[in-house]
Write a protein that binds this ligand. Structure first.
Ligand code: UFG
Length: 323
């Protein structure tokens, strides 16, 4: 298939492009390069630099390529940042996404795969989280993703779009080629590994008085190659749906740091800090629906494997893609 991939020069998008190419798809990456890297776009995928917030730009790229499917990774994705700057979250995640959807529909492309988030649920009443629990986001990031899910439903009704919205839990790990390299790194695992590399002198743990066994937040870490795999399976779907994408296992911040200590052989000193605004205490997926409907199963579901792959990439790229 001819596939238009927004955000395909970024972390999750670039790994998905690798997997799409392995399956023989033709790929055009559309990325504003704010967090993207040219080197992350593997050949023979082509890169068009442009912004989904600019309808003319995205419309020209989509109408030139005439894709059979769109995979939409581009977006703002930091919980903490959304609590201080909500505007860019609604602008990019809602309006930018709608620009892309409209451009796709205008060239008759009605297959759409969207990177949604478990942040659309807010504070879940039930653990593990299935798709039926109420969506009540507690930060603008989660809210902006939820609004775009609703936009997709309306485009399904009005224009006959078939969509798959994948609600990611915590993407982590790396492929052999691509990994995490952001301008400002706020994520747990790359920060822990930067301490092990000697680039930072300690880890900050944001809160240890949550209602969890060790007091630190629990997340469901899912390997980026497994995430990519779900997008490829979604291309075959004939009906629309919302799916949680997590491994089903939760690990606390302290467990992640402890595992990284074993893998890296570094002491990784850590300091307790106040909680980060907008952080839910515990997010763990029930991945039953995606397993049943799509036959998706994580291949790299051990936390140690996830951290090992991230560590291999980080050691090979101590200064990210400029290494
Ligand atoms: N954390 C620390 N210290 C750090 C960084 C993070 O203690 O230096 C803690 C956070 O407070 C949180 C946990 O580690 O409790 C995970 O934090 P991340 O920043 O790695 O990830 P988030 O869970 O905040 O968010 C990520 C993505 C979102 C996505 C969400 C789904 O950034 O886009 O996972 O859970 F929606």
């Amino acid at each position: 298939m001819r596939i238009f991939v927004t955000g395909g020069a970024g972390y999750i998008g670039s790994v998905c492009v690798e997997e799409l190419l392995k399956c023989g798809h033709e790929v055009l990456v559309f990325d504003n390069m704010e967090e993207g890297h040219q080197r992350a776009v593997v050949s023979p995928a082509t890169l068009t630099v442009g912004d989904i917030n600019n309808f003319e730009q995205v419309n020209a790229a989509v109408s030139g390529f005439k894709p059979e499917a769109v995979i939409h990774f581009a977006g703002k994705a930091l919980v903490g940042e959304s609590m201080t700057n909500p505007y860019v979250y609604y602008q990019t995640n809602v309006m930018g996404g709608t620009n892309l959807l409209e451009a796709a529909v205008r060239v008759g492309c009605k297959k759409f795969v969207f990177s949604s988030s478990c942040a659309t649920y807010g504070l879940p009443e039930k653990m593990p989280m299935d798709e039926r629990i109420p969506q009540r986001p507690i930060n603008p990031y989660g809210h902006s993703k939820l609004i775009f899910e609703q936009v997709l439903k309306w485009y399904e009704q009005v224009h006959g779009v078939t969509f798959t919205a994948l609600r990611y839990f915590n993407a982590a790990g790396a492929s052999k080629v691509n990994g995490e390299d952001r301008k400002i790194e706020t994520h747990l695992i790359p920060n822990v590994l930067d301490v092990a590399l000697g680039k930072k002198d300690h880890m900050s743990i944001f809160g240890n008085e949550y209602n969890t066994p060790d007091g630190t937040c629990i997340r469901d870490y899912v390997h980026v190659i497994d995430l990519a795999d779900a997008h490829i399976k979604a291309l075959d779907r004939a009906s629309s749906g919302f799916y949680n994408l997590g491994s089903g296992d939760g690990y606390s911040v302290l467990q992640v740091i402890e595992t990284a200590r074993k893998i890296t052989g570094h002491a990784i000193p850590a300091k307790m800090m106040p909680p980060r605004p907008g952080d839910p205490p515990r997010l763990v997926a029930s991945a039953n629906k995606v397993k049943m409907d799509m036959g998706w199963k994580p291949r790299f579901n051990k936390l140690s494997t996830i951290i090992e792959t991230a560590w291999e990439w980080r050691k090979a790229h101590p200064n990210g893609y400029n290494s």
